[in-house]
Design a protein around this ligand. Structure first.
Ligand code: HEM
Ligand code: HEM
Length: 239
């Protein structure tokens, strides 16, 4: 059985572009990243939820990594990561493919990479008050402080990239009259180019495997596999 398979007899003018797992990944990611930003800037008692959102993002990123190889056609990295020649073709307005365009693919990779960096630095970070990232003990205080500094800088780059991402989608909607958001919600794109092939792959087993890797990554990020801290040294009473 295929997850989200294309219905036979569906209008040829429509194409199943984004499979359900890719869409669920995207919108869950948006919610968790928004929570991470709000709770991070709030600080204090917001840090607990900040850490949890970050661990969830770690799981999502691991899921997407696997889905980039095991997912359906247009979710696979091989279908949208292209070399400079294809990017030049796109810039000349001569690219007529389906899915992430060759330039958009770079921003997808940059977003995923920067999110991984943000999560990675956060897991080893500390807020100098009451919150330590779940893997902070592995880093030691100096390295943890260094990574926390990077975490606080890279978040601005991430914010800029998200802004660019949303602006690019707005540009497509207004200037090119192309609604990219609808396919990310419904999965379907209207009027695909001539010869676009139906998506295949991304079956239930592949999905379960990707979910298992995502869950494992979230557990690892939460520190669940770290040895328990040593018990506090028995102190002798003062008398
Ligand atoms: C925290 C904010 C966001 C992040 C981190 C983010 C991240 C991403 C990523 C990683 C992808 C690639 C999807 C994949 O192949 O797995 C993507 C695609 C996409 N995102 Fe977002 N996104 C954000 C906000 C939004 C918002 C607010 C919208 C709607 C206005 C949106 C609309 C889309 C669309 C339409 C695509 C597909 C683009 C295409 O057709 O090539 N995103 N986003
Ligand atoms: C994409 C995911 C993440 C985003 C967008 C994000 C964003 C932020 C933001 C906006 C701040 C506030 C910085 C400031 O006030 O200058 C912050 C601080 C912090 N974050 Fe994250 N974060 C993410 C993931 C994580 C994770 C997974 C952890 C650990 C579990 C973490 C741990 C921390 C710590 C310890 C601080 C406090 C830094 C300080 O007070 O100097 N973050 N983060």
């Amino acid at each position: 059985m295929r997850l989200d398979s294309r219905r036979d007899g569906a209008a040829a003018s429509r194409l199943r572009l984004w499979d359900l797992p890719t869409r669920l990944f995207h919108w869950t990611l948006v919610v968790l990243v928004a929570i991470a930003f709000v709770s991070g800037f709030k600080g204090g008692n917001g840090m607990d939820i900040h850490g949890k959102a970050g661990i969830g993002i770690a799981g999502l990123l691991a899921f997407r990594l696997v889905w980039g190889f095991a997912g359906s056609t247009y979710a696979r990295f091989a279908s949208f990561v292209r070399g400079p020649a294809v990017i030049r073709t796109y810039l000349r307005g001569e690219w007529h493919g389906v899915g992430h365009n060759p330039l958009g693919a770079l921003s997808v990779l940059a977003l995923l990479g920067l999110l991984a960096f943000q999560v990675g630095t956060g897991l080893f970070g500390n807020d100098d008050i009451a919150f330590n990232g779940p893997l902070q003990a592995l880093a030691g205080k100096d390295t943890s402080d260094l990574l926390t500094g990077l975490h606080r800088k890279s978040l601005w780059l991430l914010l800029a990239l998200v802004g660019l991402h949303v602006a690019a989608i707005g540009y497509y909607a207004r200037a090119k009259k192309e609604n990219l958001v609808r396919p990310m919600i419904t999965g379907w794109t209207d009027a695909p180019p001539e010869g676009a092939r139906p998506a295949s792959g991304g079956g239930v087993l592949a999905f379960l495997f990707a979910v298992a890797v995502g869950l494992l990554a979230a557990c690892a990020a939460s520190g669940a596999f770290l040895p328990p801290p040593p018990p506090p040294a028995a102190s002798s009473p003062d008398w």
